[in-house]
Design a binder for this molecule. Structure first.
Ligand code: HEM
Length: 562
């Protein structure tokens, strides 16, 4: 075989020598279909051959990289072609496939000189390292802060180190105070019973499908404004009006997100020239500030007058206005504005999109819906037997009853596992480090943690990880929480979502109040897929038809003994 190969090589070499030696005086004529003649020398053909050989080498080399890096790595553009391909389908599924292929972690190699170089992980060991064990080595970082600075300023969501710690401490005390809990319960009662249910009733009476996601977004926007500013903007009112503050907030967030997919120098130039999305951003931030400034001014006057109204207030703005900074001075208006805007961003859409996925999932799992209804009726029966009174008139769930709804808690957590409201999150490396799985992290690297992908990992949730099974959260009928580094929907460690308890209360209260009254049927053929954004919205909303619950059926469930 060796001799045969040598013979072949000699032949090839001879052929190559003869062709190259004659290349200087041989040429080929090519006749195009248009009758034109092109003349190529053998020298030209060799250049084409070399070019082709290099191209073939690059293609093979780039594709072979896939084995080591999970995705092909092309010269100059790195993994960008694969990312573009991923963006054209379901981006989160694409990310899940890639992280699974790479056993949880891979280096994303972006184009040279771009800000896309990062490490992507969905490994719970790395998450614990990142969010807790080495917390101070993984702040949000300058890149994130610069992109969000115009909208969020130095608020909790956009701050690190001392600036973050101070706000977190104060806000934590507020969130866990009895007065604040009372405010959240009262505001939610108002919104659900006086606004949400009437709007749903209207849609049922008129027999018109309604976009449940839109209605829920309006509910949580009004709710979080009541908590942050102590003001109700009225998005969820009959006719579902456009509210300037809500529109400005929405536009400002959308324009800010664009900065993450635009090279920094480009958006900075657009900002300087006041053109394109940066012009929209400036205008919408002005809209947000107008509203915030007006609320702050009015509240200051109210507090100075010491009227009865102001004494009752326990919203974040009023609480922070009563406090002093480390120099004993009242907080500046800018700081107060940042605090409130950050809380609105954190709490305005996360619960509503989670509820939208929940309603969509239970629409496909009627057995889950039935169990939720049974649980609600069992709790109402307990109320009856404790007070020896029969339930008549509208049912209003009490906070301690909501707390007892373990199955509903599990059904919502399971929806969040599969469709986390924040599908991916981000940190930056301060000092060189190594992840527990051995991944080397260089200073300045961006780390993306793929929360969506974590909910679909067999290694964490078992073979049935893609199935909707609320039962996996229950032991002997009681809800059992999971480690925050496996179920990362609310983040973990010192930056665990501050609104987690409130969000569960809000979601359970709204879901129980709706499900007790209506069956929610997703409109036939309504397309459902995630939108590519910071929060996992349903791209086309959630069009539903409501069917009133059969009173006889409810009555039967209320009388059943378990
Ligand atoms: C289903 C509902 C919710 C989910 C899934 C959720 C999830 C999260 C996640 C993943 C983070 C970390 C974000 C990051 O650091 O990049 C976070 C932070 C935060 N969330 Fe939530 N959230 C929800 C509802 C709420 C609500 C209703 C509020 C307030 C009213 C709220 C307030 C906050 C705050 C203030 C932070 C920042 C905490 C910090 O950085 O120390 N969240 N949330």
């Amino acid at each position: 075989t060796i001799m045969n190969n040598q013979h072949l090589n000699n032949n090839n070499n001879n052929n190559m020598t003869s062709s190259s030696s004659s290349s200087s005086y041989y040429s080929f004529s090519l006749f195009s279909s248009h009758g034109m003649t092109g003349v190529f020398s053998l020298h030209d053909i060799q250049i084409v051959e070399i070019f082709l050989a290099v191209a073939v080498f690059i293609v093979i080399h780039s594709l072979r990289q896939k084995k080591f890096h999970g995705l092909p790595v092309w010269p100059v553009v790195g993994m960008l072609p694969s990312l573009i391909f991923g963006l054209r389908q379901n981006m989160y599924e694409w990310l899940t496939d890639t992280t699974n292929r790479q056993r949880g972690t891979f280096h994303f190699k972006g184009p040279w000189f771009s800000s896309l170089q990062s490490v992507v992980t969905s490994d719970p060991r790395n998450l614990e390292h990142l969010l807790k064990a080495k917390f101070s080595n993984f702040p949000k970082g300058g890149y994130f802060r610069n992109n969000l600075k115009d909208l969020l300023g130095d608020g909790i969501f956009n701050a690190d180190n001392e600036t973050w710690a101070k706000q977190r401490k104060t806000a934590s005390i507020v969130f866990h105070s009895t007065k604040f809990r009372q405010l959240t319960a009262d505001s939610l009662f108002e919104l659900v019973h006086k606004r949400l249910l009437p709007v749903l009733e209207e849609s049922l009476k008129n027999d018109i499908p309604i976009d449940l996601q839109d209605v829920l977004l309006r509910l949580t926007f009004d709710n979080v404004c009541m908590i942050a500013f102590g003001v109700d903007p009225g998005c969820l009112t009959p006719g579902l009006p456009e509210i300037p503050f809500a529109c400005a907030f929405e536009k400002a967030t959308e324009a800010t997100v664009l900065r993450f997919v635009t090279p920094t120098c480009v958006w900075k130039m657009m900002k300087y020239l006041n053109i394109g999305p940066e012009k929209d951003l400036k205008e919408s931030i002005t809209g947000v500030n107008l509203f915030a400034d007006e609320v702050i001014r009015t509240r200051k006057k109210e507090l100075a007058l010491q009227d009865e109204n102001s004494k009752q207030r326990s919203d974040l703005l009023t609480v922070f206005m009563r406090l002093k900074d480390e120099k004993g001075q009242p907080f500046s208006d800018k700081f107060l504005r940042d605090i409130c805007v950050n809380f609105i961003l954190a709490g305005r859409d996360t619960s509503s999109v989670a509820l939208s996925w929940f309603f969509w999932l239970i629409n496909q799992h009627p057995e889950t819906e039935e169990k939720i209804l049974e649980e609600i009726c069992r709790i109402l029966r307990e109320r009856e037997s404790a007070g020896n009174v029969e339930i008549t008139g509208p049912v209003i769930f009490q906070p301690e009853e909501i707390k007892k709804m373990d199955f509903l808690h599990a059904a919502i957590s399971e929806a969040l596992r599969l469709y986390p409201s924040v599908p991916v999150d981000h940190k930056e490396v301060v000092e060189d480090d190594v992840f527990p799985d051995g991944t080397v992290l260089k200073k300045g690297t961006k780390v993306i943690y793929a929360i969506y992908s974590m909910g679909r990992m067999e290694a964490i949730w078992g073979k049935d990880c893609r199935e909707y099974k609320p039962e996996r959260w229950l032991r002997d009928g009681r809800f059992m929480s999971e480690s925050a580094y496996k179920f990362t929907a609310f983040n973990g460690g010192p930056r665990l979502c501050l609104g987690k308890d409130f969000a569960y209360y809000q979601m359970k209260f709204a879901a129980a109040s709706i499900l007790y009254r209506y069956q929610v049927k997703v409109t036939k053929n309504h397309p459902v897929e995630p939108k590519l954004a910071l929060t996992m919205y349903m791209k086309y909303g959630l069009k539903v038809n409501l069917i009133r619950r059969d009173e006889a059926e409810l009555h039967k469930l209320l009388r059943v003994k378990y």
